[in-house]
Design a protein around this ligand. Sequence first.
Ligand code: ADP
Ligand code: MG
Length: 307
Amino acid sequence: MNNESEIALQDYRQQSDAVRDRFDRLKQRPVTLEVKALNKVFNTSKGPVTALKNINFKTHKREFVCVIGPSGCGKSTLIRILAGLETPSSGEMLLNGEAVHGPCSDRGMVFQGYTLFPWLTVKRNVMFGLLQSGHGRQAAEEQALQWIELVGLAKFADVYPRQLSGGMKQRVAIARALANQPKILLMDEPFGALDPQTRQKMQSYLLDIWQNIDVTILFITHDLDEAIYLADRILVLKAHPGEVQEVIEVPVPQPRSPQQFLSAEFLATKRRLEELIHPPNEGEAFSTENLNMVRMVHVNDEVPSVF
Ligand SMILES: Nc1ncnc2c1ncn2[C@@H]1O[C@H](COP(=O)(O)OP(=O)(O)O)[C@@H](O)[C@H]1O
Ligand SMILES: [Mg+2]
């Protein structure tokens, strides 16, 4: 069954000394976020739904952690709880050792949908949070312009969001989230709505930005390549209930470049992620579910008019 290239491909867990050293050093850095025994049960009309079960993990200073898992495994619930937009059923979250409750500017958030205020210019969008947190107008404007420059949009400071492409809007959203200097940047599939080329460019932009600032990033995606390209470590969740299945230490050397997509380390990590996320015997069940969804679209009179 194995062909030669598969035999030659190492398991991602067979770490070289250099990779083991890298992760030993990473784990010695101070802990930024600590999630302890986090559970979330939604009470629905059909009974309780356990979205997250006993989630435990830590991120370290300036670490880039990706969270990956099938649809419905609780990724958005996790990030919404961390952002303070949802309350956990039980468990604890500590940021730099202190318990967090509710939303606060120590956590920045970037969503998939474009969330800029359409009636404000790019500069005003980025200034918004700064003014809210008590900065004077001049200081807010100066800082906003610095962040706008960092995301490469200096020429667009005075335009409105509708004049920007999807990728540019997300760069403004990143600038806006970073302007308050959060300890952690929480990103929920931020590039999910972009075309593949723009998406790859945005991944590289994000890595460039992250090189230049002191921030931990927790990034949700369901794209395997995106997770491997961006992350130091990948938290793999499984669904029903959402639980941590494995934590992958990505062996691909840093700093990353798109040439690494075909490296042996990259492919070995991807193969492991595929095993975890699409186990061979689940393929059939998955496609049957999709088929049912297609049927539902056809029996529901209202849906075709949306297309
Ligand atoms: N507000 C809610 N009320 C009831 N159930 C919810 C709510 N939000 C999410 N869920 C359920 O929790 C599970 C996880 O959802 P979600 O966090 O959106 O997953 P993901 O982002 O990984 O696709 C799903 O079964 C979903 O139906
Ligand atoms: Mg989601």
